[in-house]
Design a protein. Structure first.
Length: 766
């Protein structure tokens, strides 16, 4: 009888276990269907095994405990927002109109034991429903880079175990919730790149556990609350908002403070000079005044200090001392007077200092003169009598201008009326005579070349102008060999200094006489319209058709902005160990370049390809921001290639592959992983070794030690995977640049999370 009773118990319990596993499986299958069968989940569609035993990938990760799903990470490829066009781009991919975010969240809430939920770049759209709070076990929630809008639902505050909340890159457009202090365990709060407006609520300053706060690229305004009570806050990112208060007190443990491009006013509090752990402070492009505290410059850990484009005045003391780790200082575009302290004008090159646009008594070519500086010396005060005289003068001048304007309009109207008929016949003839010869109607039609998205990026672009050959000759001391920065297939590159003191880089090209000058001008005009934060700015061009070289060819000069901090290749070399970049820095540079190339491929019509991608052509500015040089040369060289290709057969498939941007970017990724690749046998060896990159031993043997000691294994695996695909011998197997960019952004996000976790563990043990 006892045996039968035991058997009955077993039979009774088997269905219960099976139903639990089956219900979780059905939830996952339903999620696949609701998400439109994304490629990252296709493995689940016809899978008949245990989902919990699936190996994790860069696109999908499922973890289980006691037959329940505890972790679900899905990464799609539907980018919602891409930095580069003022931080925004028009949504390019969403789920179908039949998608219901309410039904989707309802399905999710059936995963009762879920602790980690990451649904990134999946095209999820709609207003996030309150029922998200039913996932009561959640500790980590990441819904970034989707298309969610409206307000952040109050019910999220009921997720009492939540430690990380990331809603970056959506379209939330209400206020920052006032209930954020309801979280008792929240350490990371990221709401970047949305449309949040209004004030930052006081409740933010009451989240005692917070270590990372990012609200940048929103529409926030008003007063920044006191954050000094956040005793664990290490990173504060409030860039590009409309905050207009004085600066409040900051937490003593703050490491990074990014407050640029707001409207902060008043003086920098003296307390900022006591932030002993501060490493990176950016207060640029605000309305701050007074004299910067001397203590800021010799904080023990500060390495980056940006005070540019404010209203700082007075003089810095000559005896000012600089901290031992200080590497970059920008005090440009203020009203500072006097001399530059000795520690900021060291010739050792240890500290990069920008100080132009002030009233300093050195380097007069880059300093303001006259009235601007007299106001700075007088504290901006002018005599009352002078003010009255100026007002009276303005009134009299305005009256005179008005009278002259009215008379001019009357005369112009009379003149235009008498000539209207004659001009209607002349105008078409003028247009026809100035039409460039040899230019296809298709190319001229594409003079609208730049798409609307690109126009957004050109609003603050550098002005492109024509340069005279004599002007360039003077800037380079007659193209002296000492000014030559290098020579390659695209011609020589010179450094130069214009008459106004601006440093430039000048690329010289030789074009055969068969190349049409008028056609070339059209192509140069198209090239001048390519503007992006990660492209080296093209300031202008010069065509010298007087046969300057021995062959009598036309000389074309492209004038670029000068990027001072060298190329990416140098920073990967063991020859300069003090410059070698850690993994997170490399990812930031790679993402910047990928954004630029993605723009060149898709942000302009037609796309611009064959962009000379190599580590030597990635330049770093003083902020360590990557800028791609020698891009868009195909626009110019297309004409040369047409001339050279006459009578020749088509290019081989191998040549086409070599010119492929994705393929070449793959080698940039490879060098970022292993260090500079010489070419030839070394490159072939590394390509063969790529197959064994999955094992820890092979990584230790091949990957740059600096990368290994500063990366998370998951972040590294993501980049290794996309590198393999980029360098695939078959062009059809290579990813699009959108996929490349997505993977790099994901790798950076994974790395940032790992770094934050490491900091948190370090704090808990200290």
């Amino acid at each position: 009888m006892g045996y039968l009773w035991s058997l009955l118990l077993v039979v009774l319990f088997i269905p219960s276990t099976y139903e639990l596993q089956s219900s979780e499986t059905q939830v996952l299958l339903q999620l696949i269907k609701q998400l439109g069968y994304p490629s990252s989940l296709q493995i689940l569609e016809n899978y008949d095994g245990d989902f919990c035993s699936l190996s994790s990938s860069t696109r999908m990760s499922i973890s289980c405990q006691d037959s329940s799903v505890t972790e679900l990470k899905i990464m799609g490829n539907k980018l919602a927002k891409v930095s580069g066009f003022n931080g925004f781009a028009i949504p390019n991919k969403t789920l179908s109109e039949s998608f219901s975010i309410d039904s989707f969240v309802t399905t999710l809430t059936r995963l009762r034991s879920l602790r980690v939920l990451s649904l990134v770049s999946l095209g999820i759209w709609g207003s996030l429903p309150d029922k998200i709070h039913r996932l009561s076990s959640l500790e980590f929630l990441d819904l970034s880079s989707n298309f969610m809008y409206g307000s952040i639902p109050p019910a999220i505050s009921r997720l009492m175990k939540l430690q990380t909340l990331v809603l970056d890159g959506n379209y939330f457009n209400e206020t920052v919730p006032g209930w954020l202090d309801s979280f008792s365990n929240l350490t990371i709060l990221c709401l970047k790149n949305n449309g949040l407006k209004g004030r930052i609520p006081l409740s933010v300053g009451k989240i005692k556990t917070l270590s990372y706060l990012a609200l940048s690229h929103n529409e926030l305004s008003g007063k920044l609350p006191d954050l000094s009570t956040l005793t664990k806050l290490h990173v504060l990112d409030l860039r590009e908002n409309h905050l207009d208060s004085e600066l409040p007190m900051m937490p003593k443990v703050l490491v990074t403070a990014l407050l640029s491009k707001n409207s902060f006013s008043g003086k920098i509090p003296e307390q900022f000079g006591k932030l002993g752990q501060l490493q990176h402070l950016d207060l640029s492009f605000n309305h701050l005044s007074g004299t910067p505290p001397s203590t800021l410059f010799h904080l023990p850990n500060v390495s980056y200090l940006n005070l540019a484009s404010n209203m700082f005045s007075g003089s810095l003391p000559n005896e000012l001392t600089c901290g031992g780790k200080l590497g970059f200082v920008d005090i440009s575009s203020n009203k500072l007077i006097g001399g530059l302290p000795s520690c900021l004008r060291s010739t050792s090159g240890k500290v990069v200092v920008k100080f132009g646009g002030n009233c300093l008594s050195i380097d007069s070519q880059h300093q303001h003169q006259g009235l601007y500086c007299r106001e700075a010396l007088n504290g901006g005060k002018q005599s009352r009598g002078r003010d009255i005289a100026v007002v009276v003068g303005v009134i009299i001048g305005a009256c005179l201008v008005t009278v002259l304007f009215v008379l001019g309009v009357l005369l112009l109207f009379k003149k235009c009326r008498s000539k209207r008929t004659r001009e209607q016949h002349i105008l078409p003839k003028i247009v026809h005579e100035n039409m460039p010869s040899g230019v296809s109607s298709e190319l001229l039609a594409n003079a609208r070349l730049i798409s609307q998205a690109a126009k957004l990026g050109t609003q603050s672009a550098l002005v492109h102008r024509l340069f005279a050959f004599e002007e360039l000759k003077e800037a380079t001391n007659g193209f002296d060999s000492s000014r030559c920065l290098g020579e390659g297939s695209m011609g020589k590159l010179y450094s130069g200094r214009l008459e106004n003191g601006t440093f430039v880089a000048i690329r010289s090209l030789s074009l055969g006489k068969r190349c049409s000058i008028q056609n070339l001008k059209v192509r140069l005009d198209l090239l001048s319209k390519l503007h992006h934060p990660h492209l080296v700015g093209l300031l202008g061009h010069c065509i010298d058709d007087s046969g300057q070289d021995d062959s009598g060819a036309n000389q074309v000069f492209l004038i670029y902005e000068y990027v001072p901090n060298g190329n990416y290749h140098t920073y990967l070399s063991e020859s300069f160990p003090e410059k070698v970049l850690k993994w997170s820095d490399r990812l930031g540079i790679l993402i910047g370049v990928a954004k630029a190339v993605h723009f060149l491929h898709t942000g302009v019509i037609p796309g611009c390809f064959n962009n000379q991608l190599k580590t030597n052509n990635i330049l770093l500015d003083e902020h360590q921001i990557a800028k791609l040089s020698d891009y868009g040369m195909s626009i110019i060289t297309e004409e040369i290639e047409k001339q050279q290709a006459k009578g020749e057969g088509p290019k081989s498939r191998h040549q086409t592959n070599v010119q492929d941007d994705v393929y070449n970017f793959g080698f940039i990724l490879l060098e970022s992983l292993v260090g500079p690749v010489v070419t030839g046998k070394e490159a072939s060896f590394l390509l063969n070794e790529m197959a064994s990159f999955g094992s820890q031993n092979s990584r230790r043997r091949i990957v740059d030690p600096v990368v290994l000691t500063t990366c998370s294994q998951e972040s590294l695996s993501i980049v290794i995977s996309i590198t393999k695909k980029c360098i695939s011998p078959e062009p059809s197997s290579r990813p699009s640049f959108e996929d490349v960019l997505w993977n790099l952004q994901y790798a950076a996000q994974v790395q940032a999370t790992a770094d934050a976790d490491a900091d948190q563990k370090s704090d808990s043990t200290s």
